[in-house]
Design a protein around this ligand. Structure first.
Ligand code: AMP
Length: 305
């Protein structure tokens, strides 16, 4: 099934207790589309970069069968730039710099050949662009998944609330769920947020896994236990890419299958955090992925008497 992805394609500069990078390729849509490309070969990317963005990175995306016809390159402008620093526990971070650059006036143009995707993943970027993209599609996708972050809650809350009414699944982290809902309990927060629009809510809890809420059902998945976590950047997006990639591959949006999608998303994210940036998700071996999915299952499987 076809998948259309939007979000940032960016330069990131990252600092963790283990080291520091100069500007490397990053951005929500980069991680999402790379992760999804392991599950479906029909991934289209709608995004914008400046002419400082190296062609070799675009070639890299193309080499993974990611269609970049909808990637605009703005001449004389700079790409989105984000810089962040992780604290010692690696579960929390501070944003040091967000330079919107080309993103400030991004007008998402959807090539006609990609205007009827089966699945739509609205990665992190301005909620106004996210809703514009939905309104430009020729038909309603089977499932629309949206990711966002505190940055947009702080500067574009009303747009965010409008976009929430148009999506089926929202993925955010625990801190953001509390900010958006004004509730500390994640169960209460999940009700408040789902009343804003999305029928499904995924709350990502970093090294503590993820929760899926729908109606009165809740599914809790642990995170993979890893010996070394070098850089959590992109873990949430890689998770989202694996999640929607699995749903697009199986073309099944039942709650049961969403649970599986969460396990695949979590397994993909576990690779992402083991090296800096996108390094470790560029060449994941299928057997390694299946091993992780199996290990995941064993991590919390218990046969009750
Ligand atoms: P994650 O670690 O999954 O939350 O995502 C990290 C990625 O999000 C980085 O590669 C950044 O380029 C990108 N990013 C950071 N801030 C923003 C923002 N305000 N809007 C869109 N993307 C962002």
């Amino acid at each position: 099934m076809s998948l259309l992805v939007t979000g940032t394609v960016a330069f990131d500069a990252i600092e963790t207790p283990f080291g520091k990078t100069d500007k490397i390729i990053g951005g929500a849509a980069t991680y999402i589309s790379l992760a999804a490309s392991y599950f479906t070969k029909d991934v289209g990317l709608i995004a914008v970069v400046g002419d400082d963005f190296p062609q070799e990175y675009i070639d890299l995306l193309n080499s993974k069968n990611i269609n970049t016809d909808g990637l605009q390159v703005k001449h004389g402008e700079k790409s989105f730039f984000w810089s962040g620093r992780y604290f010692n526990d690696m579960n929390s971070r501070e944003t040091l710099i967000t330079e919107l650059n080309v993103l400030a006036d991004f007008d998402p143009i959807v090539p006609a050949s990609q205007s009827s995707p089966d699945y739509l993943m609205l990665g992190n970027l301005s909620p106004q662009v996210q809703s514009t993209l939905i309104s430009r599609l020729a038909k309603q996708p089977k499932l629309v998944v949206m990711d966002t972050m505190n940055f947009w809650m702080d500067i574009a809350l009303e747009d965010l609330k409008k976009t929430l009414k148009m999506v089926d699944v929202l993925t955010i982290n625990d801190e953001e769920a509390r900010q958006l809902s004004g509730e500390y309990s994640l169960l209460k927060a999940s009700r408040v947020i789902r009343d804003m629009g999305p029928q499904y809510l995924i709350i990502k809890k970093g090294e503590h896994g993820a929760l899926l809420f729908h109606g009165n059902q809740v599914f809790s998945a642990p995170a993979m236990l890893l010996e070394d976590v070098f850089d959590p950047t992109g873990a949430g997006d890689t998770f989202a890419g694996g999640f929607i990639g699995w749903l697009a591959y199986t073309d099944d949006i039942s709650f049961e299958n969403m649970k599986r999608a969460i396990v695949y998303g979590s397994a993909m994210a576990s690779f992402c955090v083991e090296k800096f940036g996108t390094d470790n998700i560029l060449n994941i071996d299928e057997n390694q992925l299946l091993q992780r999915v199996k290990a995941f299952r064993e991590l919390s499987y218990v046969e009750m008497l």
